[in-house]
Ligand binder design. Sequence first.
Ligand SMILES: Nc1nc2c(c(=O)[nH]1)N[C@H]1C(S)=C(S)[C@@H](COP(=O)(O)OP(=O)(O)OC[C@H]3O[C@@H](n4cnc5c(N)ncnc54)[C@H](O)[C@@H]3O)O[C@H]1N2
Ligand code: MOO
Length: 437
Amino acid sequence: MTATADPEAAANELTPLADYLGSVLRRLRALPPLDLDLTQSYGNVLAEDVVAPHSYPAFDQAAVDGYAARWDDIAAAARSAGYAAGHGGSPGGRTVRLNVVGDLGAASWRPVRLTPNACFSVAAGAPLPLTADVVVPVEWTDQGMAAVEIYRVPKRGYGVRRAGEELPAGTLLARAGTYVSPALVAVFAATGLGHVVVRPSPRVVIVATGDELVDVGRGSQPGQVVDANSHALTAAAAEVGALAYRVGICDDDPEALRGLLEDQTLRADLIITTGGTGTGPGDMVRRILTRREGGRAGPVTFTEVALYPGTSLGFGTVGAEEVPVVCLPGETGAAMIGFEVLARPAINLLAGAEPVFRPSVRAHLLETITSPAGLREFRPAHVAERRGGGYTVQPLAGGPRTLSGLAEANGLLVLGERVTTAAAGSTVDVLLLDRRR
Ligand SMILES: Nc1nc2c(c(=O)[nH]1)N[C@H]1C(S)=C(S)[C@@H](COP(=O)(O)OP(=O)(O)OC[C@H]3O[C@@H](n4cnc5c(N)ncnc54)[C@H](O)[C@@H]3O)O[C@H]1N2
Ligand code: MOO
């Protein structure tokens, strides 16, 4: 990778992305926690560490269908029949036999005790008779009812699950900041929990602005642009785990936009706008949200961030409730990257999820690429695991703003502010996108 100090970058007063993100994320707080039934908790983020109130398994039990016995009884019978413990087959016609003194199922609850040379027929999950320390699987027996013949002697402890052997009471099951997955729901339920304290999924409202916008389901005509952004960002917000509401299109009409944003504060924990972030007279989002009123600065600050694509970004609050608002550029590729870089961590922070950023790996670059000086570029790419360890990364055709590249990507190449050329064979950072394929 070629790293060149770029004097221009210092001169044009772009805010480094890391500084910008730090200043925005510092202004956000995780949503207040609530107690949820386990059945509703999936997909939310734990607000507290969760500790097992009970052990799992809860009691000593059979792990397989078979015969619960004392291993010493089986071993003694095997010795007199000429078996070696763990050895298969029935030498010389002599057999290992135990009397079957009862049947235990998973719903059996009375404590039972083994007498010498006896066993219980047990179903997987049945409580283990006191003093039993092995369960001989049915496959290794003649499946007898009153007495059972054992063909193969298991090791002591075989087929037995001991109370708490997997998760003793008091185990830390999951830390605050963890997403509740289906498997965690199983762990919580199995250790006796019926509800957990989580943070609500952030409610995220998405508004596309621009007089030229028309809704999907047709081709764009001159003077009309199909609104791709609000649909794409609603999907992106849902992918992060937000309750995403697409408000749709708002014209570049100051009163309409102001009223709409004010109305949306009632149901939003975060509002995302696209378009109108430029400094031209028609760039309504910036004009309205930065307008000074009563001697006070507008509620949103626009910053030129050293980011490519998506240089102009806005952040602030709207309404008396001070609902946070993120303003992304109109160009769809820039809006998507702006969402990745700024809105996604903001949603994670509101949800209480940790970490808020995508995981990244170092990867071997397969093709030489250039990148603008002074800007941190995020470029759609395909990451693959390399045989023998590590990763390779292939930048996708068309550069950072192509929608086809974004749609194909499973990673985003990160090219730092000082990088102007990254040579094939060099090592680069890649954010891993969580694609289901
Ligand atoms: N003099 C300069 N002009 C521009 C600069 C600059 O530095 N100096 N930067 C360019 C860059 S980079 C971008 S990105 C845009 C950002 O502009 P806005 O946020 O004001 O976006 P718009 O002007 O509203 O739209 C830009 C482009 O994207 C289309 N668009 C808008 N909304 C949607 C939508 N919901 N779905 C699909 N496409 C949308 C819009 O029709 C425009 O074609 O500024 C440049 N200009
Ligand atoms: O900054 Mo524009 O937002 O590069 O695409």
